[in-house]
Design a protein around this ligand. Structure first.
Ligand code: NAD
Length: 310
């Protein structure tokens, strides 16, 4: 996919990662069309220079109208991303319908290049660091199952409809604008009560946190250097950060010294994978390594959110 002077469609472009991606694509001289229904975002994340189509991607007619022959490539980010979604069946159906609609509309319009944001959750509770060719893939959440279903559809279109797919399996991505995740959750809780912090689980959950700018850099790096039908890459850090450590970093950045209370159990909620670290050797082999280690990504994000969430 050409990432300069192109016309790129970003689904979910108003969201946390999508809005930053849109900024980056615009800076690189592309035109950007965003489709988003604002179920987990609002128009404040959409730059004036981007074209906005407000609508639901589960509507195949809307997707067909958005993807015409003038689109050069697609970044498909829109998804219901909660691991503890209150209606998992709707989540599965919506996520797979969106992906199927995007692929069918691309095929119809003769658009053949798509980048997709998958997730570490496709691996389930796999040994770490988990490489891209680890098998069998046994997700433990409907969210993870929906991402694996999406990947299967993308693979099908890559191999039978002449498409080129960049399939990125993200660790936890953190940075400016992050909402509904452990770092902003701790900031909010500590501002309400600086004395006590309630931590979901036992605090020993340990995952890889990748800084948003690194995530964008890595996607661009891979897309510019690979062109197989299906290019699957883990994006993450070599190091991890425990939930206790996140609590320490956030408390430190806010200048508080709270007592920690635990809800108990090894995972924060059903379907949560308590320990996650992806192998990034394939990415490194292409000449790219993250600038921020996991702890640094958490600290930088805590600093940014400390100001943004005032
Ligand atoms: N943030 C992470 O740590 C992380 C980790 C792994 C994978 N991902 C994936 O990256 C992508 C982007 O994540 P994010 O953190 O920016 O999430 P986000 O929720 O901020 O962005 C997703 C966007 O999609 C939109 N959307 C949802 N359903 C839609 C629908 N039916 N029609 C139109 N728009 C719809 C939402 O309104 C939102 O703006 C998602 O696919 C997510 O699963 C994110």
């Amino acid at each position: 996919m050409e990432l300069t002077d192109s016309r790129i469609l970003v689904t979910g472009g108003a969201g946390f990662i999508g809005s930053h991606l849109t900024d980056r694509l615009l800076t690189e001289g592309n035109e950007v069309v965003i489709v988003d229904n604002f179920t987990n975002s609002d128009a404040s994340g959409v730059p004036d220079e981007a074209e906005l189509i407000e609508g639901d991607l589960t509507d195949s007619d809307l997707v067909s109208e958005a993807i015409d022959g003038d689109i050069d490539g697609v970044f498909h980010l829109a998804a219901r991303k909660a691991v503890n979604d209150e209606n998992p069946r709707q989540q599965f159906e919506a996520n797979s319908a969106m992906t199927y609609n995007v692929l069918e509309a691309m095929d119809e319009a003769g658009v053949s290049e798509i980048a997709f944001t998958s997730s570490s959750t496709v691996y389930g509770e796999a040994p770490r660091p988990t490489p891209e060719d680890y098998a069998p893939l046994e997700p433990i959440s409907v969210y993870g199952a929906s991402k694996l279903a999406d990947e299967s559809l993308l693979s099908t279109y890559a191999h039978t409809h002449g498409m080129t797919v960049w399939n990125f399996r993200f660790a936890n991505i953190v940075g400016s604008g992050l909402r509904g995740a452990v770092i902003p959750d701790f900031i909010e809780k500590l501002r309400n009560d600086p004395e006590t912090l309630t931590i979901l689980g036992d605090g020993l959950q340990e995952k890889s946190y990748m800084y948003l700018e690194d995530c964008l850099d890595a996607m661009f790096h891979v897309i510019e250097r690979t062109d197989r039908p299906m290019n699957t890459f883990n994006l993450g850090t070599r190091t991890t950060t425990s939930v206790n450590r996140i609590a320490d970093i956030v408390s430190d950045e806010l200048g508080f010294d709270p007592e920690y209370e635990y809800t108990g159990g090894e995972r924060g909620w059903t379907g949560d994978v308590p320990k996650m670290r992806l192998s990034i050797e394939k990415l490194s082999g292409l000449g790219w390594d993250p600038e921020y280690e996991s702890d640094q990504a958490v600290r930088e994000t805590a600093r940014e959110l400390r100001e943004e969430m005032e």
